[in-house]
Design a protein around this ligand. Structure first.
Ligand code: AHR
Length: 316
């Protein structure tokens, strides 16, 4: 059958023209690294979904470095991939390389984190979470939990990677929500780069610096940092979850296990399972279908009280 006819047959069946060429779509994906259980689950979701969708995936792990992500994007452009997906480690500094992709006619989909660029035509779509809302949810849970109490509440905060959208937004959302209860104050706040080891290290430093003063709450921008901090709290002879309330974000299995053990009080969900939506978007793009500018994941809040019931349902 001639290509022209095949394209018409495919169109009648609702299939795109590129399917007539018998070539696989090629997606170049620039991943941040493997800093957390969330990230590991996100990479696995993308790899599995590409396989399921029959899309050839070129996967580049940037090991937390923006310069490696920029190099990967340039390599994808040189290889003339069909679509580029980027999960940007930080918000700024992407303009030049995104303009290079646009000039080469390669559409870019942002996944997980957004970039801060005035020209929003540099990407076709964003899919991921509303990080400000996640911060608000964590803050609202805390306000609710401490409602009706008296006296200052001293909070220490473990921030994510400096300059990363979830670190900036989760801080903003949390601060906004705790304003409802003026006795809640963040007394120390430092980055621990979304990693468990750094979460432990920074929490040790907080405990040392706050010696003689009470820390009432730990707010961690992700579960991994909270889990590292829990270890530091225990090693200091304190009870996480009781002596210090622990509030975090992601909802990974280990966080649910920590809640069942009474060491973590709440986790705000942030889903890493973006693979299937990404593959669908890649196909839609190539089929000329319009993509939503923002596809925001629906997520919940899981306090310790529901952890045992929810643990068997967790997928990451
Ligand atoms: O961008 C999502 C965040 O990045 C997750 O909360 C965190 O665990 C990860 O490293």
């Amino acid at each position: 059958m001639q290509r022209r006819h095949l394209v018409a047959v495919l169109a009648a069946a609702g299939l795109p023209a590129w399917a007539a060429d018998g070539k696989k779509l090629v997606l170049g994906f620039s991943q941040i690294g493997a800093e957390s259980a969330w990230r590991t689950a996100n990479s696995a979701s993308i790899k599995q979904a590409a396989k399921d969708a029959g899309i050839e995936l070129k996967f580049a792990d940037a090991q937390q470095k923006q310069e490696n992500q920029i190099k990967a994007l340039r390599a994808f452009i040189a290889q003339k991939v069909d679509v580029i997906a980027l999960s940007p480690v930080v918000e700024t500094g992407w303009g030049t390389v995104l303009r290079e992709a646009k000039a080469a006619g390669i559409p870019v989909i942002l996944t997980d984190r957004l970039v801060k660029e005035a020209d929003e035509s540099l990407w076709a779509s964003f899919m991921g979470s509303d990080f400000v809302e996640e911060g608000r949810r964590a803050g609202r849970w805390l306000v609710d939990r401490l409602k009706g109490g008296k006296g200052d509440v001293r909070i220490v905060e473990l921030q994510g990677t400096v300059g990363a959208a979830p670190a900036l937004d989760r801080k903003k959302g949390f601060e906004e929500a705790i304003k409802a209860e003026p006795r809640l104050n963040i007394v120390r706040s430092q980055t621990a780069d979304f990693s468990r080891a750094k979460g432990k290290e920074v929490m040790e430093a907080f405990i040392k610096a706050e010696a003689g003063k009470k820390i009432h709450v730990l707010y961690a921008h992700n579960d991994d940092m909270a889990l590292g901090a829990i270890q530091a709290i225990e090693e200091a002879g304190l009870k996480p979850g009781t002596d210090i309330l622990v509030v975090s974000i992601d909802g990974v299995k280990a966080a649910f296990q920590a809640m069942v053990a009474g060491k973590l009080n709440v986790t705000v969900e942030c889903s890493p399972l973006l693979g299937p939506s990404l593959m669908q978007a890649v196909k839609d793009l190539k089929a000329g279908k319009p993509l939503p500018r923002r596809l925001i994941t629906e997520e919940g809040v899981f306090p310790a009280e529901v952890a045992a019931r929810e643990l068997p349902n967790r997928k990451y």
